[in-house]
Design a protein around this ligand. Sequence first.
Ligand SMILES: Nc1nc2c(ncn2[C@@H]2O[C@H](COP(=O)(O)OP(=O)(O)OP(=O)(O)O)[C@@H](O)[C@H]2O)c(=O)[nH]1
Length: 311
Amino acid sequence: MNQTELNNQKQLPSKKERHKLFGSVDPGPRTKPVDKDKMADLQNSRKDFLFDIDLVGISNVKHPIRIPSQLTPEIQTTIGTFTFGSSIKKGSKGTNMSRFTEQLDKYHHEGFAIDVATLKDFTAELAGRLKQSDACVEVSFPWFFERKGPYSDLTGMNHADASISVNYEEEKGYDVSVTLTGKITTLCPCSKEISEYSAHNQRGNVTMKVKLTDDFNEQDIDWKAALLEAAESNASARIHPVLKRPDEKMVTEQAYENPRFVEDIVRLVAADLYEYEFVESFEVTCRNEESIHLHDAAAVLRYDKKDERGE
Ligand SMILES: Nc1nc2c(ncn2[C@@H]2O[C@H](COP(=O)(O)OP(=O)(O)OP(=O)(O)O)[C@@H](O)[C@H]2O)c(=O)[nH]1
């Protein structure tokens, strides 16, 4: 740097002076206690606050998580988005929100793995920590799985959106639901039937929300892989990250040989979920991003196995 450049350099005020320049002021007199024991505790005020609250807690909590998977990669770290909550009675003003993230941090330091058994323990412990008789936890995350080209066997990574929701009530126990949205190819049966050649096809989004049976054991079944298989094995074709020409020819012909409406998809997926012993009830949605329209085609099917048992 030469002398002229040095002379032209700005002489900035100190950081403290700069903050004052932009409006910061000295702290005013402090009159309220800083010791936790002496602070007002509004949340724990007891009075008749008119109504019970069904759910209060925190949502949209982002946190690193570990996911076990029976498909490759078997251990994955990703970002989970959590919701935590519980009910409160009308005699209580508020919940203690810091306790949710306090417990999340405790589990994180113990190597928090996002599986059904661990989330059940988490939810019951949370109810105890909140001094409530119920608590709930929901976590959503992207789940990755390796996929091979059908001819070349070349690998790449696909993903599906997954979530686990656990409700715990001291009297009733646990209620666990899992959800997976997998993507598929569908080829329109109507278009195939009426056209001299070709048929339009689209990307379908299959969402399966499943209530698990009480005896579900994740050591035996990876629910994520099972739900993905229910969606993909009933599609016109699966979706692949890497396709060489021989692969592309295979998936194109396979789709033509297996045309599906959204109605066909929800019914076929429902049949597989019906056969899965770990499924108590389910809702299947198929939403096709139509390639010949700007709108989507959609179908929803709900089924509860308890109804056929007359429960
Ligand atoms: N109940 C309630 N708390 C809020 C709300 N908005 C912010 N807070 C939280 O209040 C929390 C602090 O309250 P508590 O968790 O009860 O803290 P504490 O009393 O020191 O904690 P404990 O010793 O566990 O009882 C902060 O984490 C804020 O996030 C709100 O709308 N309702």
